[in-house]
Write a protein of this length. Structure first.
Lengths: 374, 370
């Protein structure tokens, strides 16, 4: 009687198996690394936990850092559904932030909500345009989207720097060139004083859930799975491949742009080079850790946010250099890629579980099951 | 009923504990009067540059009795610095915080300071304004252009090609002031000297800095200096190519035993100590603190082996004048490199002049444009 339930639990958990293995291996390697360095490894573990999840403040700290990562991870995960590897989220984020920062300057004075919506739309358009360009170049010009998006990201950063430090610079921002500061009514606050996390977190979670519904339950999501699975099949089926690819790129870029908008309106108060802080790059890590599953992105972003939050505690309590956190992140990423090879086998194991542990399913059910590719 | 109430009470107590107003007080009480001081750096503590200059001074503060120091490096100017400051307050019980990067001030330090009014925030570089900024915030900075002027004097003596090179991050007032002071110092020795400037665009771009150093050397510059966060790459590149350097932020003498002439160094121990002592004595927050060579906010590196006796004599004489407080670096008539007068004849800007904080020109003798 228990077997079918265990089997079902196994089927559900199997996609997470490579990630879990990677987490465990990373922990073991990290402890070994600290021991070799003669550092107090046994204190480090609990400190990582305390700094990331040990108190309400730690949670606030973690979630605040996780918020932009959810959005920039979508910039990788959505195009990945169509088989693209986009790594240029950083450029989309800063251009989105810039668009949000200048929107109030160019629009007449509006009440807070319409203005915030306009800023959000502007940021998503800017980000969507930038990543959409990578998708367009790939479909129409055969430019590899990974290289293309990376180079476009550099161009985006250069344009951003030029505009912020040149034409769009507030003359009063003397030693920290910035766009004119946002009016305080256009600044987004925190959820509450007893839960000190800005609304970007809610936006990130909502965006991830919407993306999950899109890829999992919509016709477009199904078509995307076909496009991502094989380059020829969808064309034979007559699917609008170019449009689908472009759509994922624009949506992904829009998510990254929105992250920029929240950075500007909830954190910085204006657009300046502090926006270039690696959220786009960290989003790649999150998306790969989540195997491009939008719901898993929420969990992985919180995990990475937690690692970064706890890095401070490691530095302050144990005197470890900041590079420790980088090494931990690097180990995590390499382990995720290494355990990725397991993914092919999990498919077989899942079938085996279905056949042996779960009471004989109807043939139709099996096809309805996950056909997700990483 | 009574059980329910007790549960509610426990919950409320738990929340109170978690809200961390309590831990702060507890930690502070547990410290037995010790003052916990937090330092935040935007880069690595051992960058041979700006962050190292702060970390070196923090190490001195660590030795003071009754002081506990907590440090965090590589803290970006995002929400990360806000949370790091808050973590120092809540998790470590810090009541005096030194956020050392310029970009931390607005909005990050201001935001956190408004929430923790019993914690002191002594920011490096910011411009605290009365009425606009919280009273528990202060800003301090040093007039390092004095030491850059002395760099220029020494470089002016030592250069054979009469061409100097300057690698700058961004064309902002602080950087331009150093570049101009360096050039004026060199031209006080030899009015034919020119300084070629290359702007890299950001504070820490090692590859671009190396390229800039090489191209300056290729164009004939034989003394280089800079205003970027870490002068390491520039000093090493110049040493490899047999070119002289003047340091910045901290001493880079160890990186260039041959060609290092002297350097403009911060001496953050002076402002740090003032803030720590004020906090220990419970005196009001020092909201605005500035100083140069005379006040001990900046210093110069010991002369390198190449520096001639004549150069030392000249630089020491100027330094003595600066120490007495009479020396004016930016006095009229001063032309920009387009030939227009930027400071009219008869006008002398003392170091405290606000006009200098808005500098937006390159003086005559600087080759380059903003």
């Amino acid at each position: 009687m228990l077997k079918p339930w265990l089997g079902r639990a196994g089927v559900l958990l199997l996609p997470a198996l490579p990630t879990l293995c990677a987490l465990v291996t990373t922990a073991v390697l990290f402890i070994a690394f600290l021991l070799i360095q003669g550092r107090p490894a046994w204190q480090a573990g609990p400190l990582v936990f305390e700094g990331a999840f040990g108190s309400l403040f730690a949670w606030e700290n973690t979630l605040m850092r996780a918020a932009p990562l959810m959005l920039t991870a979508l910039c990788v995960a959505l195009p990945a559904r169509a088989g693209l590897i986009i790594i240029g989220g950083e450029g989309a984020l800063v251009l989105g932030g810039l668009a949000a920062a200048v929107t109030p300057l160019w629009l007449p004075a509006l009440p807070a909500w319409p203005m915030l919506i306009a800023m959000g739309v502007a940021s998503m358009l800017a980000g969507g345009l930038w990543i959409g360009l990578s998708g367009w170049l790939r479909q129409k010009r055969g430019v590899n989207e990974t290289i293309g998006s990376l180079l476009l990201s550099y161009i985006g950063l250069a344009i951003f720097r030029h505009l912020v430090e040149g034409p769009l610079r507030d003359p009063n921002s003397l030693n920290k060139p910035s766009t004119p500061p946002l009016d305080s009514s256009y600044q987004i606050g925190v959820i509450s004083d007893s839960f000190y996390v800005h609304w970007g977190l809610v936006a990130g979670i909502v965006a991830c859930v919407l993306a999950w519904v899109l890829v999992r339950y919509s016709v477009i999501g199904f078509a995307l799975r076909v496009v991502g699975g094989n380059p020829r099949t969808p064309r034979m089926l007559g699917l609008p491949v170019d449009r689908l690819v472009l759509l994922t790129c624009v949506l992904g870029g829009g998510a990254a742009g929105l992250a920029g908008m929240f950075e500007v309106s909830a954190v910085q108060g204006s657009a300046n080079t502090a926006l270039i802080s690696g959220y786009g790059t960290a989003g790649i890590l999150v998306a790969f850790a989540a195997r491009h599953n939008p719901l898993a992105i929420i969990a992985c972003a919180i995990l990475l946010g937690g690692l970064e939050a706890s890095g401070g505690l490691l530095q302050r309590r144990l005197g470890l250099p900041d590079a420790t956190t980088l090494i931990l992140q690097g180990m995590l990423f390499i382990n995720l890629l290494a355990w990725e090879t397991l993914t092919r086998r999990t498919g077989d194991w899942r079938l085996w579980l279905r056949g042996h542990w779960i009471a004989a399913p109807r043939a139709g059910l099996e096809e309805k099951g996950e056909t997700s590719h990483g | 009923m009574s059980q329910l109430k007790r549960r509610d009470f426990l919950k409320a107590a738990g929340l109170l504990g978690a809200s961390a107003a309590l831990p702060v007080n507890l930690l502070r009480a547990a410290g037995g009067g010790d003052l916990t001081v937090g330092f935040l750096y935007v880069g690595a503590r051992d960058d041979f540059g700006y962050n190292q200059s702060h970390a070196e001074a923090a190490a001195v503060i660590k030795q003071m009795p009754g002081i506990k120091v907590v440090e965090q490096e590589n803290v970006p100017e995002t929400v990360a610095v806000q949370r790091a400051m808050e973590a120092m307050i809540r998790q470590d019980g810090a009541s005096l915080i030194f956020p050392t990067s310029f970009g931390y001030f607005d909005p990050h330090v201001l935001k956190v300071a408004r929430r923790f009014s019993d914690v002191r925030f002594a920011h490096c570089g910011g411009l605290w304004e009365e009425g606009k900024h919280p009273m528990n915030v202060g800003s301090f900075f040093g007039y390092i252009d004095e030491a850059q002027y002395l760099n220029g004097v020494v470089a002016g003596h030592m250069s054979k090609s009469a061409k100097l090179g300057f690698i700058a991050a961004k064309p902002i007032p602080q950087v331009l002031r150093n570049l101009n002071a360096f050039t004026l110092g060199a031209r006080s020795v030899n009015p034919d000297i020119t300084t070629s400037v290359i702007f890299t665009g950001d504070w820490s771009l090692p590859v671009k800095e190396a390229e800039a150093a090489n191209s300056l050397i290729d164009s004939g510059c034989d003394v280089l200096t800079c205003h970027v966060d870490g002068p390491k790459v520039l000093v090493e590149t110049a040493e490899k190519r047999g070119v002289m350097t003047c340091g910045y932020h901290a001493s880079q003498a160890a990186l260039a035993p041959e060609g290092y002439l002297t350097g403009a160094e911060w001496n953050w121990v002076t402002p740090y100590k003032k803030h720590v002592q004020a906090a220990q004595a419970g005196e009001p927050m020092i909201n605005f603190l500035r100083g140069g060579l005379k006040e001990g906010f900046v210093k110069t590196s010991p002369y390198g082996p190449k520096v001639s006796a004549e150069a030392k004599k000249n630089a020491d004489a100027v330094k003595a004048e600066m120490m007495s407080g009479d020396f004016v670096i930016f006095g009229g008539p001063l032309k920009n490199n387009g030939g227009e007068i930027v400071i009219p004849d008869g006008t002398d800007y003392k170091q405290t002049a606000v006009e200098l904080e808005r500098m937006d020109y390159l003086v005559e003798g600087v080759r380059g444009q903003i």
